[in-house]
Design a protein around this ligand. Structure first.
Ligand code: NAP
Length: 296
């Protein structure tokens, strides 16, 4: 297949390399102006990829978008004239809400969503470390996207484990719900995920989960409050020593993905007339932290 990776950061580089080794023709689209980019994953030989090549975009069978959620539209817009209506577009990032915008720009393309638990760390612009094996779930967002289940085999062959999910929105909501509970709190208090198991967070966490659960129910996501609570505390336990992506973004003073995590939740809460006081407070605290960097 002809595959273009838009946003070859940690996750994008991992997939670019995996697809190349699986025998596909892979090129990149990045913010860098160089015509070619070299990427090395772990200790393997570095590979050279074409970068921002218009012909490769026109020929692409699959455009895998691995920029962070706030950058999806900005990154896609300049490519629109080149994207063929048959090109499958797959969004792979944390958070939700971008597909609703992408479909406005590309109404005729197959649109797919993905979520991954692989760990990747970008040591430098040319070197990425695959820090943890994980699972990737893929699924269609629109009708054309739902007809692309064959991609499960393509992705599985490149970087296992991969599962096609007929209800990818359910998987994304589940992940979003967990992120809403863990990410803002760990970012505000600058603590590891495991710290949230301590008594001092128990009441607040329980209120946050209660609100998230009400919104999931209103969205007709089949996940009971007990199931949600269990999965949140399982993640807290299994990733006790880890720092959430939002904790790291705040630590490094990078814009967070809050608008596409808690922000998306609050957007849905408003739609259903659900108060979501605790999640609103967490959202505002993260926004205040981000704004404080501009005033220093
Ligand atoms: N890393 C992980 O282990 C992991 C695991 C699961 C999920 N995720 C999620 O996956 C997503 C990507 O994460 P990541 O860790 O790969 O982030 P990342 O390393 O920051 O990669 C994002 C890439 O997008 C590029 N980009 C931004 N705007 C662009 C534009 N307008 N045009 C082209 N490229 C653009 C960035 O370029 P610059 O280099 O110029 O900034 C960067 O290379 C996030 O939503 C993250 O939460 C990450």
């Amino acid at each position: 297949m002809n595959i273009v990776i838009l946003g070859p950061g940690a996750v994008g580089s991992l997939w670019a390399n995996a697809f190349l080794h699986a025998g596909h023709s892979v090129s990149l689209c990045s913010r860098q102006s160089a015509k070619q980019l070299s990427i090395q994953v772990d200790q393997y030989n570095a590979a050279l990829f074409a970068n921002n090549d218009k012909q490769s975009i026109q020929d692409a069978d699959l455009l895998l978008v691995t920029v962070k959620a706030p950058h999806v539209i900005t990154a896609l817009t300049p490519l629109l004239p080149q994207i063929s209506p048959d090109c499958m577009i797959m969004l792979m990032h944390n958070g939700m809400g971008t597909a609703e915008d992408v479909i406005e720009f590309l109404p005729n393309n197959p649109l797919l969503l993905a979520t991954t638990t692989h760990g990747a760390y970008r040591e430098s612009s040319q070197r990425v470390l695959h820090t943890g094996l994980g699972t990737t779930q893929l699924g269609g967002y629109n009708d054309k996207g739902k007809q692309c289940a064959f991609l499960e085999e393509v992705f599985q062959h490149a970087l296992p484990e991969v599962k096609w999910n007929h209800d990818i929105l359910h998987a994304l909501w589940h992940k979003l719900a967990i992120n809403c509970a863990i990410n803002p709190l760990t970012a505000i208090h600058q603590v590891t995920n495991g710290t949230l198991a301590q008594e001092e967070f128990s009441l607040l966490l329980s209120r946050v989960i209660d609100e998230v659960s009400q919104i999931l129910t209103a969205e007709e996501i089949r996940l009971s409050k007990k199931q949600l609570e269990d999965s949140i505390f399982k993640v807290i336990e299994l990733t006790a020593k880890n720092h959430s992506s939002m904790q790291q973004d705040v630590f490094h003073r990078r814009a967070t993905e809050i608008d596409f995590i808690t922000g998306y939740l609050l957007h849905k809460a408003k739609h259903h007339n659900i108060a979501a006081t605790e999640n609103t407070a967490l959202y505002q605290q993260i926004k205040q932290i981000e704004q404080s960097w501009n005033h220093e």
